[in-house]
Write a protein that binds this ligand. Sequence first.
Ligand code: HEC
Ligand SMILES: [Cu+2]
Length: 374
Amino acid sequence: MKSIKNKIAGLAGMAGLLLSSEVIAKSKYNLPEPADPIVQQIFDVHMVTSAIATIIMIIVTLIIVYSLIVHRKDKGYVADQNFHKSWFGRWAWLLVPLIVLGIDFSIAKTAHKTMETIYDEHPESDMTVKIIGSQWKWSYEYMDSGIKLTSNLNRDLTPKDEFYLRDVDQPLILPVNTKIRLLHTTTDVLHNWWVPQIAYKVDAIPGYITETRTEILKEGTYRGQCAENCGTGHAFMPIVVKAVSKDEFAKWQEEQVAAAAAAAAEASSDKEWTMEELFAKGKEHYNKTCVACHQANGEGVPGVFPALKGSAKATGDVKVHIQTVLNGVSGTAMAAWKDQLNDLEIAAIITYERNAWGNNTGDVVQPKQVAAER
Ligand code: HEC
Ligand SMILES: [Cu+2]
């Protein structure tokens, strides 16, 4: 009898040691390592809760095993017929829930502090990034510098490596040790920008702006994905955040602002573009922006996304084609691109569509033709 009790005590002690050790916190089976103060708090609540749950599980399992062994019928054990009349029998129904409630409250105390931090209505911030989800890509707007980025699934990952379907063509670049406000919204359905190591998550809701924040403590690459089932391409909107030093970020920001100014100047210039120039540019943009639905071979996905190869619109009246791309087709997945692409980009894409995949119309569409249709 005594030896079993000793063994149980020994086992419980060992479990306690294991739980308190760093081993579990760093295990690859645990949540990813936090790199933001609020995420760290959430992680700590998770660790406390898991530890308590594990200890309770061990105690209950031990009681069951003990009862199975010691209270066996073949040992002649007879159930206590007067248990409910004993002191413990009378009060257990009150004491046990009290203990459970006590444990719940002790968790709730830390959890509540974390919730208060998350729902702080006036958090400090040094910069703001607006994150826009759409089927199926992410757009980022740096509210302070005006930089806009579009981040698509990187589709040419060959051979399939560890980041297959988790890589993007353009990561979100953020500085470390900076308080960043993240605004979330979407152009179509619910999405959810989820990068567990650096930020807690809230839904992005069409017509609303929701808010989270981050303060990345360590340089590096952080990965995530959309966490709202947003349609057939839901699995194809991964997120990559590259956290760089403040200096590196300032330099990058300067370059981006200059590049955006140059691109805007180029798009609004009166230059007559040649077929070769537009075709090459168009191919590049098409493969970034349109390929997810209409496919690289222009054949679309039968029954879902129409083929542009041989399509009446992509080979017919140029004006109708331009209008379709500018304004989209309402009520379908075909978005309006007028706010996302400039005249030159749209002119190039349309020139490409009208001459690729055997659509040999020979049409060259200039940026000013697009401007005229806006
Ligand atoms: C999210 C999926 C999606 C993306 C991305 C997309 N399209 Fe579409 N596109 C559609 C759908 C769906 C239709 C069919 C709309 C309809 O029912 O008329 C369509 C129709 C079209 C048509 C008319 C084809 C026809 O024969 O009716 C053109 C042209 C077109 N898209 C061009 C583009 C261009 C250019 C881009 C990139 C800038 C693009 N699309 C990106 C989904 C998409
Ligand atoms: Cu999504």
